[in-house]
Design a protein around this ligand. Structure first.
Ligand code: 5GP
Length: 114
């Protein structure tokens, strides 16, 4: 199977501003930031979207959330706050079919989202 866009970023075949990585996840700055800080954290495992995750991904999914909070802290967002977003499918606004969690912060974020 061919690599997803985010697998290529993780493999450094496509350049990105990587802010954190380990054996399970990679976090890098979004190319089209929607807030002063906009980072994506993705599992190295190419799960297509949260709706496709399986029971045996439970540990990895928890790991992604814990690391997202850690990366937000590293990015200086612990005091002011941040938002984690996972888009799923067409109406959810998903455009890249490799599970990713958006980490957004650096300005007040409106609710509800558009
Ligand atoms: P989605 O819309 O699927 O929830 O989020 C995909 C995100 O990936 C978008 O915010 C988009 O700006 C970002 N993105 C798409 N292509 C690239 C790329 O080549 N590099 C980086 N760093 N981000 C990308």
């Amino acid at each position: 199977m061919s690599k997803t866009l985010f697998e290529k970023i993780a493999a450094r075949e496509i350049p990105a501003s990587i802010v954190y990585e380990d054996d399970k996840v990679v976090a890098f700055r979004d190319i089209n930031p929607q807030a002063p800080t906009h980072i994506l954290i993705v599992p190295r495992k190419p799960i297509q979207r949260i709706g496709q995750a399986q029971a045996d991904d439970q540990q990895l999914l928890g790991y992604i959330l814990l690391k997202a909070a850690e990366v937000a802290k590293l990015a200086g967002l612990a005091e002011t706050g941040f938002r984690l977003v996972i888009n799923n499918g067409r109406d959810g606004g998903e455009t890249v079919p490799h599970l990713h969690c958006h980490i957004l912060g650096g300005r007040p974020l409106a609710w509800p989202p558009g």
